[in-house]
Design a protein around this ligand. Sequence first.
Ligand SMILES: *Cc1c(COP(=O)(O)O)cnc(C)c1O
Length: 564
Amino acid sequence: MTEANGSLPSISDADFALTSKGMSGAERTAALKKLKDYLGYYRDNFLGYQVNQDLRSVAADLPELLKVHSNNIGDPFTDSNLMTHTKPLERAVLAYYAELWGAEPYRNTSANDPEELETAWGYVLSMGSSEGNVYGLLNARDYLTGKYLLARPHTLPDGSVSGVPKVSLAQAEPPKDNPNAHSPVIFFSHDTHYSVAKAAHTLNIPSFGEVGNRRYKADAQRVMGTGTWPKEVPSTGGDAGPGTIDVDKLVKAVDFFGGKGHPVVLVLNLGSTFKGAYDDVEGVLKRLGPVFTEHGMNERTVEQEDGTTDRRNAYWIHVDGALGANYLPFLRMAQDQKLVAREPRVPAFDFRLSNPGIHSIVSSGHKYPGSPWPCGVFMTRRKYQLQPPPLPAYVGSPDTTFAGSRNGFSAAVLWNFFAQHSYADQVTMVVRCHDTAVRTAEALRKVDEKLRAHGKEGLDVELSPHSLSVRFRMPAAKYVRKYSLANVAIATGHDTVKHYSHLFTMPHVTDALIKELVADLMREDAFPQEAEYQLEQAHLVTDMSVADADLSEVVAVAMDRGFA
Ligand SMILES: *Cc1c(COP(=O)(O)O)cnc(C)c1O
């Protein structure tokens, strides 16, 4: 679609307002046409967010699924009485991911086979990674706070005892010698997605900073080198750094809280939201291993009411791999095949790691490989799950997932992609995305040089290693909208911020689209005057009604959260 009168396509409430009379056929057709043209334009120019907009095979292969309500309610590994489900496809997708992430696919043949407890359990999310982060942290909390499922004989109203016991969630007492044994604290970096902080808040898992400032204030200076405990683990090099977690600071803080007897929840990022940075999961775990051992955190006993015991780690490592967990395995294969630079090595991050290993991973299916709506995959090992709560009888499948109803379509979308694209195809696809990111950064650096040669401010182009996210100075609003660019204000001093945009070279991004962006960024009107930025900054502060708070902190916390 061409731009009308040089302005960008838009839709308004008036175009779609509903009345008690409904719309005439002609009005409705016109409104839907407007919607189609609008979405089509912005899909074709889409650069700012890490989602794949190439969905042609979904439209071509799966239209029949639009004519049925499919619902995978309940546990993926138990079929329910709701027959319009796609659970065999969901289980195929889960087995595929288990193998991709180095775990044995789900197996459950007998109740007490310890090897089966090592196998993977997971499900296809109805939301994206936000749901998986909540669910991962819910599992982490219940595991680390000493929750367990207690089965009691179930006496029926007629006095007989049911064959199915009554199961309830019970709470173990911490051992006498460690009153903190069931009081976990959570660690995540400054560059972590806001859904993690929200999940921790929802689930009442305090951050190490909250607990530190409440109970161990005097130690902050010695451990962290700051007067108070920070809310989040600092990122390496601060806002100007690559966006990875500061491992030295993390290790010091974990050592301190482990020494006080607290269990630890740690969230690591595989593709931080804004900078696309990868935490070195393997390297972090290597550093934390001796700390966990020193504080006796590898195995702690949870003593249950009936005297039985359960042995658990006193830590839970959750990998937020919203984007990275889906395509880094293929980038690693590309490194093995010398198709992309072998250094720095893409970090190992999955269930292959051990002692200490990871407990859960989440990824968003709509980011990669792509889906018309949010979806994703959550995965853990069976041994980290509490046994499923009682069966809601009318559904006939254990209630192990976060949502009730789960759409059956997402599993089919993921299944269709993996059935269509071999590992080799996906290696080719991610190499293309990777090379597009490198070429885009090069092209934008040339724009940067030209701007500077004309005495103007440069673009400050950045591309973290093996990231698909290219960061550059934010252009004028019309270009931000044209390409759906995601933006962030980064504090560069006490009261100065710089505005950046980023783009992601997802599979749908073509060289032609990058060329168009480069041409736009060379235009006279591409970069507004400094005064305009100042104005926007003022609006930002007013909007947030925090005029008297420290601007750099407010801006960093509120804006450095990226996705949407
Ligand atoms: C996008 C993203 C999320 C949230 O995923 P949704 O699919 O939007 O729920 C979480 N973490 C990271 C690192 C992300 O990039």
